[in-house]
Design a protein around this ligand. Structure first.
Ligand SMILES: [Ca+2]
Length: 250
C-alpha cells in the first residue's frame, strides 16, 4: 500500500529540486551575474550579517561583481543608491547609520550592459543607539540555613565587559533592605556575571543571610569606567549609580 506513495513523494521531490536548480544556480544568459559582498566594515571591525551597529557609524561595503557593471543598493526593498564596479569587478559603497533603531536590510544587485538585473546579495544590520543599563532585579525566598540566598540583576541586553574582575569586585555592589518586616538580611559575598552576559548573580551569606517573601530589597551598583561595559553595538554603559528595588518572591 505504501509503495505508490513513496514513489509519488520521490517524484514530487525531484520535480521541486529540478525547479529550484533552474532558479538559483547559474543565471540565465540574459541575466547579470549576482554581486558578492567580501567585507562589511564599520571603521574598526568587520561585521557579520545581522550584527548590531551604533548610530552615526559609517559602514563600508566592499564586494565584487562583473566588470564595469552598475551595482544597485536597496534598503528594506527601496532603491537607496548605486555605484559601479571597476574594470577588475570591485566596488565599494558606504552607508552611515542614523538615530533610527531597528533592522536595516540591504540588497545588492548588479546590472551589466544589455543584460537584466541580477539576483540579490543581501546583508542586514541592526542599529542600536541605546546604551546598556540595568533593567531589573529579582530575589527569591530561601529556606533558613539552606543554600546561600541569591539575588539576580538583569541588564536590558547582553553586554561586553572589558574588566570582568573589576565588575565583579564586591566594593561596587551592595544590597540594603527597603522594607523588611519578614527580617530579610543580605550581605553580598560574591557577584558573578552569568553566561550570556546579561544577568549578574549576587550571593549572600548562607548561614546568616535570608530572603523572606514580601520583603523589599534594594541593589546598589557603582560604575567604574575602567570596567568598560558596552552593548554588542559598542554603546557605552554610563550610569554612575544604578539602584534597583525588588520584592522577594516565594
Ligand atoms: Ca543597546
Amino acid at each position: 500500500m505504501k509503495k505508490p506513495i513513496v514513489f509519488l513523494s520521490v517524484l514530487v521531490l525531484l520535480v521541486v529540486l529540478a525547479g529550484c536548480g533552474g532558479q538559483s544556480s547559474a543565471p540565465s544568459p540574459s541575466q547579470t551575474q549576482k554581486p558578492q559582498l567580501i567585507t562589511v566594515n564599520d571603521g574598526s571591525k568587520n561585521l557579520q550579517n545581522g550584527d548590531p551597529v551604533r548610530g552615526g557609524v559609517t559602514v563600508t561595503f566592499t564586494g565584487s561583481g562583473p566588470a564595469d557593471a552598475i551595482i544597485r543598493v536597496y534598503l528594506n526593498g527601496t532603491l537607496l543608491g548605486s555605484t559601479t564596479t571597476n574594470s577588475a569587478g570591485s566596488f565599494t559603497w558606504s552607508w552611515t547609520s542614523g538615530t533610527t533603531e531597528g533592522t536595516f536590510a540591504f540588497a545588492f544587485t548588479a546590472k551589466a550592459e544589455e543584460l537584466l538585473e541580477s539576483d540579490q546579495e543581501t546583508f542586514s544590520l541592526v542599529v542600536d543607539t541605546t546604551p546598556p543599563y540595568f533593567l531589573s532585579c529579582s530575589a527569591k525566598a530561601d529556606a533558613p540555613l539552606d543554600a546561600a540566598p541569591t539575588i539576580t540583576v538583569q541588564f536590558n541586553e547582553p553586554v561586553v565587559i572589558g574588566d570582568v574582575n573589576l565588575f565583579e569586585h564586591l566594593a561596587y555592589w551592595a544590597v540594603n533592605c527597603v522594607a523588611c518586616p519578614g527580617g530579610s538580611h543580605f550581605t553580598v559575598t560574591e557577584a558573578t556575571l552569568e553566561e550570556g552576559s546579561q544577568t549578574v548573580t549576587l550571593t549572600g551569606k548562607w548561614d546568616t543571610d535570608q530572603l523572606v517573601t514580601g520583603d523589599q530589597v534594594m541593589v546598589h551598583f557603582i560604575y567604574n569606567s575602567l570596567m568598560d561595559i558596552k552593548d554588542r553595538a559598542g554603546n557605552a554603559f554610563s550610569t554612575p549609580l544604578s539602584i534597583l528595588t525588588c520584592t522577594v518572591t516565594p
